[in-house]
Every structure is written in C-alpha cells, then in structure tokens.
Design a protein around this ligand. Structure first.
Ligand SMILES: [Zn+2]
Ligand SMILES: [Zn+2]
Length: 280
C-alpha cells in the first residue's frame, strides 16, 4: 500500500475535482460507503469462483466472530446501499458516483498496489442501452479532461442468463480436447468458470483463445439488439470503440455490456478503467 505525500497531492486533487465535476454534470450524486462490509456481500455479489473472492480479499473476524472484508471493489456496496435505503422507490435510474480506496491481496506489480483508488459511477434501474453509453461517455470524457490520449476502448457483450449457458457449453466443447495445451488455471476455469478462459494472460493459452467461438455470434435476439443500440449510441456520441469478443472481465455479476480502456502503449498494468452492466 502506498503513502500519498504532499508533493503528489495536487495531482490527486486534480483527478478528484475533474471526476466530481463531470459526475455532477452527468447528474450523478455522490455516495460514500464503509470500507468494511460483511464478507458475504462480496462472496455472493462478485462471485465465489472469481480471483477476487478466492485469492484477493482481505477477510478477518471481528471481536464478535463476524466475518468482515475490506472492500475489494465498489459495485457490491453500492447495490447493498441502494436496497438498504430503499432507493428503488426513487425515480429510476438512480445515478451514484464515488471515489474511494479498494483493497486486494494481489501480487504487487509495477503500478499496482494492494490499496488502489477507484472513481466509479453506477446507474441502477434502466434497461435501455442509453445508460450503458452514458456511463462509458462519462469515463471517456473524464480521460479527455485529464489529458490522457492514445486510449483504446474495448467493448463486448457477454449475453445474459438466456443465451450465455448455451455459449458456455459451446466454449467447453471447443476446449475439451485442448486441455493439455492450456495452463493449469485454465484447466480449473474449464470446470468452474469457463467464461474466464477467454481472459487468461498466459502465453501458451493465447492461440487457443484466438480460435475460440466469439460470444457475440451467439447472443439471443434481445441481447444482440441491446448491443446494437449501445454501438449506435456511442457512435452518435462520437466515442471510438474497438469490438473485442474476448473481453470478459473478472467479476461474475456482469450481463450484456462489458468494457475496458487500455493505453495503446503497453507497460505496467494494461487496463486503466472498465465496467459493465449487471442486470442480475
Ligand atoms: Zn490459461
Ligand atoms: Zn441473451
């Protein structure tokens, strides 16, 4: 984890101010949630067989034996707060933003700390792809305002409970006779979380991933229509994107839209932001 010394504070302030100003322009209200939550919120919300829950959460028992976790990501807490405070009784969608630290017991790497700071925005209660486009536009405008150039926005749809199970069977059929070619993590993903096969970074797995059937060719009609609407909205907003059928993200709650922003030059961590829809 890192200290932020006085000399660096002006940069942090510049990012905080730009994010807060832009979020307000987009109609988002600020929310702060506790750094500690019941561990089960994340186990259920993020998914039991994700890396975050299996390897990266800081979990401990408090003095009464209750299992708590340091927040590893933002969305689960926001959904808890949305329910707890009856925000479903308000006009929908409810638009919320936050800027807060998350904690992950991750392998320390260049540019990656076990406490990281996340600006996040959540819009809850709207089915139309316009809100997906709005969130992406907010992120894209923020990068623009911060002067970040040379970014690529990767976009994909990973379907929903109607079409994803059939795709996962297709993916398993494809991998079944290639398990001796992939890494040991992928052999476990094959059993427990096959969509994550597409997200493996090991070199030996790349040729197998490249030949996998793209999920976007196996979406049901409503998911395909939603994805087509999203692309039209982004084009209308002048936001350039790259379709990437291998993009899946490391959290189980996503449905349909997923996106990630990467600098074009590699170096340190590749992804600087991302998100998606979570209808479940
Ligand atoms: Zn692999
Ligand atoms: Zn679908």
């Amino acid at each position: 984890m890192q200290d932020i010394l006085p000399g660096d504070q002006p940069y942090w302030d510049a990012v905080r101010l730009a994010a807060g100003r832009l979020a307000a322009i987009f109609g988002y209200g600020r929310i702060d949630t506790p750094i500690l939550e019941e561990a089960s919120l994340f186990t259920r919300g993020v998914g039991e067989v994700t890396d975050i829950v299996q390897k990266e959460m800081y979990i401990f028992e408090d003095r009464s034996g209750q299992e708590l976790a340091l927040r590893p990501e933002g969305t689960a807490s926001i959904c808890r707060a949305y329910l707890e405070h009856g925000m479903f009784n308000r006009p929908q969608p409810v638009r919320l933003w936050y800027l807060a630290p998350n904690f992950r017991y991750d392998r320390p790497q260049a540019g990656r700390y076990r406490q990281h700071h996340q600006f996040g925005a959540e819009a809850i209660g709207e089915e139309d792809a316009a809100v997906d486009a709005e969130i992406i536009e907010l992120l894209w405008r923020l990068y623009g305002e911060l002067g970040l150039a040379g970014l690529t926005l990767h976009l994909n749809s990973i379907g929903d409970q109607n079409c994803r199970p059939a795709y996962l069977e297709l993916l398993r059929d494809y991998y079944r006779d290639k398990l001796d070619l992939v890494c040991s993590d992928c052999r476990e993903r094959f059993e427990r979380n096959p969509l994550r096969l597409l997200d493996c970074k090991q070199p030996e797995c790349q040729p197998v991933i490249a030949g996998a059937p793209p999920i976007t060719e196996h979406l049901c009609e409503p998911c395909a229509a939603h994805f087509s609407d999203l692309r039209a909205y982004l084009e209308a907003a002048g936001i350039p994107f790259a379709l990437n059928p291998r993009l899946v993200r490391g959290l189980d709650y996503y449905t349909r839209t997923v996106f990630e922003v990467e600098p074009r030059e590699e170096g340190g961590q590749s992804s600087i932001g991302g998100g998606g829809r979570y209808d479940g």
